[in-house]
Design a protein around this ligand. Structure first.
Ligand code: FAD
Ligand code: DLZ
Ligand code: SF4
Length: 511
């Protein structure tokens, strides 16, 4: 009997999948580094390296366990450099009796594989990736008969389904959500732990990328690659988070600081997104730590962490699969401005944007509030075209895969979907950034000033955004308050703000 060819994509490194329960099955596993995937966005060099090293390690691991693997490296002369062409070529050889793949997470790849398998001469089977807590179509089921998709409702359903932080069906501590307690600035007295990093030598793969002329962004130190790329390293990162970061995770979840790039964040998104770790095991391990240290770790810390994974992460995926492909084309505010040059080199006088972009270029990482309330806030206030914003976010972060990047960027951050995902646009003046960070004290601009030579750009741009979009936003109950504040300004102040914003928009490249 001919063996089955089974595809493993770069983000399907799930050793706990039923495919790997026993090596006896007559299957050959196909993994490939292809130009198509390495260039569909201009990726951060650390992202491409993280994927390739993790893929190579995974292939080696399953081979050690006795599975047969075909691994096409980027410089393999047999490589046709697209997922579909390589699969088709192998299947045309007549060696294989069937083709199987796991549900891909990205719409683009899902389409490509369905188109390919529609005309294959061998039988095809698609199986689940056995990773997520919910199904692709969970949105329509969870929100049947409801008018709006609200994360909180989705999150509670997931908690009930998996019995997470519940006691006799009720949330432990009495509340489902402790977000209101998770909004503190980092005080000088609290020093976050240094992140757990690895120091793998990846020079050889860097050379391969250079020889293949794969265009990338950002920097790396080839002899000290920091990200976890094996299951063992991912598990160590999870342990480190539980032991050293969970204690303060919730409290300083929204804080930003020039000296602490990672604060108390877990740095687990890449590991989870490539499926080295399952979301359920991350949740269960962190809850175990909370149970062990209940005197120190409060419910608001653990709930804050669990909500990100059981709530936001799953909700984002559900939105993605219910709205694609039209979702990507939405442009609610009709924004068309190109992305300013400093998003690629961090050369700006705005200290907050400088820090968030510089860190992103150097680490392929920024935490949620840097992404949402600094860079995302700025691109929304200045009316950057959502497609350009998406392209930047899809490339720059090691954890960026479209199923999670797009709803976060297009929906949550840019409100380009007009409110399918979020209840309001996440915009703020410099006040919020000053409240949550130490960025403003070292800035060229004056956070307190709305107008004048060195006025913080976020201030006038915020009010101008509200003014420009009044017809679209005024009826939103979560925004109404801001219009009442705006209306109290004198006509002269309003005019001055409008002039200041117009000036900043005209000179956006010089900010
Ligand atoms: P922690 O703060 O330690 O949180 C723990 C885990 O919760 C994360 O690892 C992640 O798996 C999950 N999580 C937290 N927030 C979210 C969220 N909003 N959506 C989905 N999962 C979440 N996350 C990605 O994984 N890939 C992306 O491409 C991505 N793009 C984003 C773009 C924008 C504009 C914004 C605002 C957010 C984006 N996020 C993305 C969500 C979030 O910023 C990252 O998951 C988080 O910063 C990763 O760092 P961490 O692992 O240290 O997270
Ligand atoms: C992100 C990425 C990169 C950079 N390279 C590859 C690759 O060469 N081969 C591969 O199988 N996967 C890669 N990936 C991840 C894919 O883009 C991801 O598997 C799909 O988009 C499905 O979510
Ligand atoms: Fe950013 Fe304004 Fe603060 Fe400067 S003053 S760091 S531009 S918010």
């Amino acid at each position: 009997m001919k063996p089955t060819l089974r595809l493993i994509l770069g983000d399907q490194l799930n050793i706990q999948h039923s495919w790997f329960k026993s090596p006896a099955s007559a299957a050959v596993y196909l993994m490939m580094e292809v130009r198509e995937e390495a260039t569909y966005a201009r990726h951060h060099i650390q992202k491409v390296i993280a994927f390739f090293v993790a893929m190579r390690e995974f292939a080696a691991e399953i081979e050690r366990k006795g599975f047969k693997v075909i691994y096409l490296t980027l410089d393999d002369t047999q490589n046709l450099h697209s997922l579909s062409s390589n699969i088709e070529h192998l299947l045309n050889s007549g060696t294989y009796g069937a083709f199987e793949y796991q549900l891909p997470d990205e719409y683009r790849v899902d389409r490509a594989l369905s188109d390919l398998t529609a005309h294959l001469s061998v039988p095809t089977r698609v199986v689940d990736s056995e990773h997520f807590l919910t199904e692709r179509d969970s949105l329509s089921r969870i929100f049947r008969g409801r008018k709006r998709y609200v994360m909180e409702h989705f999150y509670r359903e997931v908690r009930k389904r998996y019995d997470i932080l519940l006691e006799e069906g009720e949330p432990i501590g009495g509340k489902w959500n402790y977000d209101a307690e998770n909004r503190n600035r980092l005080p000088d007295s609290v020093v976050p732990p240094a992140p757990l990093t690895f120091s793998r030598d990846v020079s050889e793969i860097v050379d391969v990328l250079e020889r293949a002329k794969i265009p990338t962004i950002g920097t790396l130190s080839p002899k000290n690659f920091p990200w976890p790329v094996t299951r063992q390293e991912a598990l160590e990162t999870l342990e480190y988070f539980c032991k050293h970061c969970l204690l303060h995770f919730g409290t300083y979840q929204d804080a930003m600081h020039t000296a602490h790039r990672f604060l108390f964040h877990s740095r687990l998104s890449f590991s989870m997104n490539v499926k080295l770790l399952s979301p359920l095991e991350v949740i269960q391990r962190s809850i175990k730590e909370w149970q062990k240290q209940q005197r120190q770790i409060t419910i608001s810390q653990i709930e804050g962490f669990v909500r990100q994974i059981a709530g936001w992460r799953e909700f984002m995926r559900a939105i993605y699969w219910s709205q694609m492909p039209e979702y990507k084309e939405l442009n609610y505010f009709e924004h068309t401005r190109p992305l300013p040059g400093y998003f690629w080199n961090a050369k700006t006088k705005m200290n907050c944007v400088k820090h968030a972009v510089k860190q992103s270029l150097e680490e392929a990482y920024a935490h949620h509030i840097q992404r949402l309330m600094v860079t995302g806030n700025f691109t929304l206030l200045t009316g950057i075209e959502p497609a350009a914003v998406n392209e930047w976010y899809l490339g720059i972060y090691a954890d960026a895969l479209e199923w999670v990047q797009l709803p976060n960027t297009h929906g949550m951050s840019q409100f380009a979907d007009g409110g399918i995902l979020a209840t309001k646009p996440y915009v703020s003046s410099g006040n919020y950034i000053n409240k949550m960070s130490n960025y403003c004290s070292g800035c060229f601009y004056n956070q307190k000033a709305r107008t004048g030579e060195k006025a913080c750009p976020f201030n006038s741009l915020y009010w101008d955004f509200m003014r420009r979009n009044r017809a679209r936003l005024e009826t939103n109950p979560r925004i109404g308050m801001a219009y009442r504040t705006f209306d109290k300004l004198s006509p002269e102040e309003k005019k001055a703000i409008e002039r200041q914003a117009a000036h900043y928009l005209e000179t956006i490249e010089e900010l």
